[in-house]
Write a protein that binds this ligand. Sequence first.
Ligand code: KIV
Length: 264
Amino acid sequence: MKKVTTSTLKKMKRDGDKITVLTAYDASFAKLFDEQGVDAILIGDSLGMVLQGEDSTLSVTTDDIAYHTRAVKLGAERALIVADMPFMSYATKEVAYTNAATLMAAGAHMVKIEGGSWLLETVSGLVERGIPVCGHLGLTPQSVNVFGGFKVQGRLPEQAQKMIDDAKALEAAGIQMLVLECVPSALAAEISKSIDVPVIGIGAGANTDGQVLVMHDMFGISANYMPKFSKNYLAEHHDIRASVKAFIEEVKAGTFPGPEHSFE
Ligand code: KIV
């Protein structure tokens, strides 16, 4: 068993081997996902919605993410552990350093922050201090109130160009992974081609370097809500391990996400 590192992910992108990522918030699911071969586990601030029942991610704290990161770390042996930095926990560089250090001490191998050009100094400062960073562009849920709802981003030509510029600038600042959420497939494909950093999509079509899903979505736990970009693997496979295995196989084969899970 070889641990997944930032070098592993880079090599996977170079080799065209798709990267699989799932969210997890506890040791049991982290262990199960790890055993099935998921490459990275994200302790997402989605936990505000799927664990805490809030209608956005804004109330999540660094202590919440640290608590769940400690649990995930005890379950995952192989996967790279990525911890989300919550709303306002990286509002300034100095605040970001302190909070990222808390998450790394809890067991994260990388932290994820939402946003583009305004974050460049924060990204380079974190990387210089030994903290790998994952960027997040497109529908960044911490900005839901600015967007006026959870909406696809990058459909207008000027928005699309800004996202491409932001992705390149974040790469130059030192990010080692990039999440693209709810963006048109063609734009996600173009961004994935224009940078060397692995790009992980969610609602970003099949032509990214990997895919991430929120575990509660892929198991259909929120019974009356399934985002267009997700798929209820448990309904199809009737077993949690088989569902995770199918997700990995479909991502590697390029059959998930299909056009029905993607945006134009
Ligand atoms: O919080 C989260 O789970 C995320 C994923 C949707 C990428 O940021």
